[in-house]
Design a protein. Structure first.
Length: 115
């Protein structure tokens, strides 16, 4: 199982980033996909979730209305569009695949929001 995450980086407050996570080695379409994040000195937070095949989504209150999770099952890819970024969004963002009790984690990508 392998995940390739990309799209992180440094952005000014109010800016946007789009994270991508390409999965291999799993039947991607049956997995619920999640984006977790961990900020400096903070615990792990579930930022966004998207199920399959319904595509229903859920968001943490801290990102609701600013972040959008989506998936392309044909390309084994999950996305996180992040708009109106704030300094408190600074974190390592992890792509996580979930099916029942099975969880697979990506390596994480750093997002830094700073002027």
């Amino acid at each position: 199982v392998q995940f390739v995450e990309s799209g992180g980086g440094l952005v000014q407050p109010g800016g946007s980033l789009r994270l991508s996570c390409v999965a291999s080695g799993i039947t991607f379409s049956v997995y619920t996909m999640n984006w977790y994040r961990q900020g400096p000195g903070k615990g792990l937070e579930l930022a966004a979730t998207i199920s399959s095949p319904s595509g229903s989504t859920n968001y943490a209150d801290s990102v609701k209305g600013r972040f959008t999770i989506s998936r392309d099952n044909a390309k084994n890819t999950v996305f996180l569009q992040m708009d109106s970024l704030k300094p408190e969004d600074t974190a390592v963002y992890y792509c996580v695949a979930n099916f029942g009790k099975t969880n697979y984690w990506g390596q994480g990508t750093q997002v830094t929001v700073s002027s």
